[in-house]
Design a protein around this ligand. Structure first.
Ligand SMILES: Nc1ncnc2c1ncn2[C@@H]1O[C@H](COP(=O)(O)OP(=O)(O)OP(=O)(O)O)[C@@H](O)[C@H]1O
Length: 368
């Protein structure tokens, strides 16, 4: 096991025409035995980061340490990292046990030891009943587990998974998420999981590093990311359906300080303490975020509300999503699936003051 620390890590791909700064001053520490997800949209620098950790890509600047050892110049073998990909070709003519034990055979371990380790890992992965079969006879999920087992059997210090589920169907994905979590709990390896899918990242990881545009946006637990996103990007990227954003201006009158949505009659109330903090920020133009989950139809009438017309009532089984509009601004509320609100109907959706997120209009950083 190992603690993995990235200090001011940069990756610049140089070419004759153009340099691509794929990772910019990345600082990140994954604790010993921790499960961390690297999450971000395509092209944000996840794979480059991962390849530098594994030792498949040169580090342009900065340092990577495994515990206290600087690994910049060490190759993958010497770093003792294992990497699992989505497609991990198994040897079709080998049994599952032989497939699992193969990395140990390469290392020259004697047969009885290989057999013992293969059985141990198979038990953790719940494939101990198919050890005599060949890959062709297995389901996709079983094959995936065998390939994970083959990576894990080397007992790596760090275990890296690159988009291992991007093409797996939803049902199998659910099972795999469960399996991976169980493997981590059982083996307590340092694991780094790369994905563009927030559901996977939030379900699996102890902490999630959200990247965008070559930079780390926030590194925290799912609670941190959901309730105190560092900026507009994280508030938008984390959570489904995405956060409603409103461009707003700060106004103070005899009722206190409120946020008036630009180009609309919508007004968003603020807690008095929050209003003070925003006033100190000295910015009039702000971005307000309210999650669809924080807007309640038929909520406590004492709470402030946004009033708008229903544009779409989308039934999704366990919930419905209302798209509301006041003519100029559209936003969404997640409501009870029994909601019968019809298109064109005027409704009020209530919110609690603590659920209002306010971001700087200039830097997009969170203010509260
Ligand atoms: N070998 C390379 N040469 C030049 N540019 C590269 C190379 N590899 C990646 N890039 C560029 O670096 C940036 C980051 O790519 P990277 O693959 O690290 O992102 P990513 O978040 O993993 O994306 P994806 O999920 O699509 O793989 C992108 O602009 C990409 O085009």
């Amino acid at each position: 096991m190992a603690r993995v620390s990235l200090r001011d890590v940069n990756k610049i791909y140089r070419s004759r025409h153009d340099d691509v700064h794929a990772v910019n001053d990345l600082n990140l520490t994954v604790n010993d035995g921790e499960f961390v997800a690297l999450l971000g949209p395509s092209g944000c620098g996840k794979t480059s980061t991962l390849r530098m950790i594994v030792g498949l890509e040169e580090i342009s600047a900065g340092e990577i340490h495994f515990d206290d050892v600087l690994v910049n110049k060490l190759d993958s073998q010497a770093r003792n990292v294992a990497m699992a990909f989505e497609t991990y070709a198994l040897y079709p003519n080998f049994t599952i046990e032989e497939n699992l034990a193969f990395p140990l055979e390469v290392r020259g371990l004697p047969a009885p030891e290989r057999r013992k380790k293969a059985r141990e890992i198979a038990e953790i992965l719940r494939i101990d009943d198919i050890l005599d079969q060949r890959p062709g006879a297995l389901s996709g999920g079983q094959q995936q587990r065998v390939s994970l087992g083959r990576a894990l059997i080397r007992d790596p210090a760090v275990f890296i998974l690159d988009e291992v589920m991007s093409h797996i169907d939803a049902h199998l994905k659910f099972q795999m998420l469960f399996d991976l979590k169980a493997i981590h709990q059982e083996m307590k390896r340092t694991m780094i999981y790369v994905t563009h899918d927030q559901v996977e990242a939030l379900a699996l990881a102890d902490r999630v590093a959200v990247m965008s545009n070559a930079e780390l946006q926030q590194f925290g637990t799912r609670n941190d990311l959901y309730h105190t996103p560092a900026n507009v990007f994280v508030a938008d990227f984390i959570g489904e359906p995405p956060t409603n954003f409103f461009e707003a201006e700060l106004f103070t009158d005899h009722n206190g300080t409120v946020l008036k949505v630009v180009g609309s009659d919508l007004v968003i109330q603020l807690e008095p303490g929050h209003a003070q903090r925003i006033l100190r920020w000295n910015e009039r133009h702000l971005t307000v975020g309210i999650r669809p989950q924080s807007l309640h139809l038929g909520g406590d009438p004492a709470l402030p509300a946004l009033e708008a017309k229903v544009a779409i009532n989308e039934y999704l089984g366990e919930r419905s999503i209302l798209t509301l509009t006041d003519g100029t601004r559209s936003f969404r509320a997640m409501v009870d699936p029994d909601t019968t609100a019809q298109r064109g109907e005027r409704v009020k959706v209530h919110y609690a003051l603590q659920d209002v997120m306010v971001f700087s209009g200039k830097t997009e950083l969170i203010i509260l």
